[in-house]
Ligand binder design. Structure first.
Ligand code: GAR
Length: 242
């Protein structure tokens, strides 16, 4: 695992990667390159990474990057031969400097898409704009309801009948931005926020890999007005009202 903790580090010297130029010559489908950012367990990342095991998959996970060296998902990824890196946010004096260092690490992996999967840092406009149209997040609510933290407790408190998760393009505004797809479930009147979170997480594990597959096959477009179009996909929703 590479650990980056200095804003001035020359990442080119510490990351080595090989570009496979033979893909097209062997008639294999061209793969899309994904970098996944995590802060913790990385269960969403694990479900996405498993897509790459399918020989017909167009998903290639180039790296898993975390702001925390203790993130359990890093070990999981490293054990499967996925490149991992840490950019420790505590070692930077402000958000801009951290985001600049993070961006320098991410671009070295030449991603087509950057996936936030439980990455619990607010990103600056500089970072968001650098990856505009290629930066995707999963959030545990049916956006635009309940951006921010403690979404499950807030959903129960508000007495909503449906709750779920959203995969969306990231914009400057926290947990906002064009929604690509959502998954929903019925909220039980007796469940705790923890129980609801567990049930929503199961939906997340279905939804995010589905969206990543669509991205890998060029089935998702975002126009200049922020409108998302899915090509060759007949549904954008998983769950109770499917
Ligand atoms: C997931 O529930 C994800 O939706 C949430 O953090 C969890 C990470 O779990 N993300 C956010 O709240 C972002 N606003 P994981 O590390 O097991 O994938």
């Amino acid at each position: 695992m590479a650990v980056y903790n200095l804003a001035t580090i020359d990442v080119a010297k510490v990351i080595m990667f090989v570009t496979d130029s033979s893909l097209n010559q062997t008639n294999k489908p061209e793969k899309k390159r994904f970098v996944i950012l995590i802060s913790g367990l990385g269960s969403n990342m694990q479900h996405i990474a498993q897509l790459a095991n399918d020989s017909s998959s167009r998903v290639s996970i180039q790296a898993v990057v975390s702001n925390k060296a203790s993130a359990a998902g890093l070990d999981w990824a490293a054990r499967r031969g996925i490149e991992t890196a840490v950019v420790d946010h505590r070692l930077f004096s402000d958000r801009e400097k951290f985001d600049q260092a993070l961006a320098r690490v991410v671009v070295k992996f030449e991603p087509d898409y950057v996936l936030l999967a439980g990455f619990m840092r607010i990103l600056t406009p500089g970072f968001v704009n650098q990856f505009k149209g290629r930066l995707i997040n999963i959030h545990p609510s049916l956006l635009p309801a309940f951006p921010g933290l403690h979404t499950h407790a807030r959903a129960i408190e508000a007495g909503v009948q449906r709750h779920g998760c959203s995969v969306h393009f990231v914009t400057d505004e926290l947990d906002y931005g064009p929604v690509i797809a959502q998954a929903a479930l019925e909220v039980s009147t007796t469940e705790t926020p923890e129980q609801l979170a567990q049930r929503v997480l199961v939906l997340e594990h279905q939804l995010y890999p589905k969206v990543v597959q669509w991205l890998s096959r060029d089935q998702v477009t975002l126009d200049d007005n922020g409108k998302v179009t899915l090509h060759g996909v007949s549904y954008r929703h998983i769950g109770t009202s499917e």
